[in-house]
Design a protein around this ligand. Structure first.
Ligand code: ZN
Length: 348
């Protein structure tokens, strides 16, 4: 036996559950996975045993295939007991996608934050066949490369309604400071921010479990993005504030159950890494912006690796989040290029 220094995260399970199967990560707490059709190819979902039924945490993209897997899970690891409640950590489609189906077809109660519900319902109803002008303006301001911009003009844009089951009216609100009972445990509810506004996390009072959604992930840094909805937003400030506020809650023996990748312990270390990663990226960006650059020209210092076409959009919203942050805190000035892109440059 060699002792492992406290500089790496520990993953108690190296292999995730197979499709349609579950791993019991603590008494009455099941970890399961649903596939996603993108580079990040899965989302973690959990079921907590309430005795007479289950509380499910997050639900995957809406598709007949995903619902087939849910039916398999309900008949198998969930032993045919009803799903009485669905808790959604944040409004993104890989988390809320099938919540409406659980409500409409299984009579489940939806529990989430008010912001998550409002965003998800608004975006699900907001169906667009072509890219809205405001979004195209946003892409231009961000300096999207012409090859990709031209495609976005002609393609049907990503629509929430394609991957989120219609949300019926009615949900139960959770908010900062609540104590929520599920799976035979009392959980303190703490709100994250930055990856998604009003993102719920759950901290067990009775053992070492933390349900982190995408606020805290093990081996990837959650996407922090600015969108056309709020082009001057500074979600990175929200993110850093939430990380600093949540970090003191973390204990080394906490088992963090996140929305993607593997469950892990040594949560204080991960909180520090998540904060430091963004400060490192901001420092590299400040060095790079001695010359004026658009957000889209900042991929190299930010990501330190090539960005393929499949990731271009996510990278762009993340790059805008970083330049917006530095601009909002007064470290950059900006001017318009002839093609409409904002060019950012360091103030000396
Ligand atoms: Zn996610």
């Amino acid at each position: 036996m060699t002792s492992v220094p406290d500089v790496t995260l520990r993953h108690p399970w190296e292999t995730p559950p197979a499709t349609g199967e579950a791993i019991e990560v603590a008494e009455g707490v099941l970890w399961m996975r649903l596939p996603l059709p993108m580079k990040l190819d899965h989302v973690n979902v959990y079921a907590l045993d309430d005795g007479d039924g289950w509380t499910v945490i997050d639900t995957g993209f809406s598709s007949p295939e995903a619902r087939g897997i849910w039916e398999q899970l309900m008949a198998g690891p969930l032993q045919g007991k009803p799903v009485n409640r669905v808790v959604v950590t944040h409004h993104h489609p890989d988390h809320i996608g099938n919540a409406g189906w659980f409500q409409a077809k299984h009579g489940a109660e939806l529990v989430t934050t008010r912001t998550a519900w409002l965003f998800a319902r608004m975006l699900t109803l907001d169906v667009q066949d072509t890219c809205p002008q405001e979004t195209l303006d946003y892409y231009r301001s961000a300096g999207m490369v012409p090859e990709i911009y031209e495609k976005r003009i002609t393609e049907r844009p990503f629509n929430f309604s394609d991957v989120v089951y219609p949300l019926p009216l009615g949900f139960t609100r959770i908010q900062q400071g609540d104590v929520f009972r599920m799976g035979g445990r009392d959980w303190d509810v703490h709100m994250g921010n930055g990856h998604a506004p009003e993102h719920a996390t759950f901290w067990s009072r009775d053992d070492d479990l933390v349900i982190t959604g995408d606020q805290i992930l093990s081996s990837i840094s959650p996407n922090i993005g600015v969108h056309a909805t709020e082009p001057m937003a500074d979600p990175l400030a929200d993110w850093l504030e939430a990380c600093e506020r949540l970090a003191p809650l973390a204990r080394p023996n906490h088992l963090a159950l996140g929305g993607h990748k593997l469950p892990f312990t040594r949560l204080p270390l991960r909180m520090r890494q998540l904060i430091d990663n963004h400060h490192g990226a901001l420092d590299r960006l400040m060095d790079y912006l001695d010359q004026p650059k658009s957000a889209a020209e900042c991929y190299t210092p930010l990501f330190k690796r090539p960005i393929g076409e499949g990731e271009y959009g996510l990278a762009l919203v993340e790059a805008v989040a970083h330049v917006n942050h530095l601009y909002c805190i007064g470290k950059l000035h900006r001017s318009r290029r002839a093609d409409g892109a904002w060019l950012y440059q360091r103030k000396d």
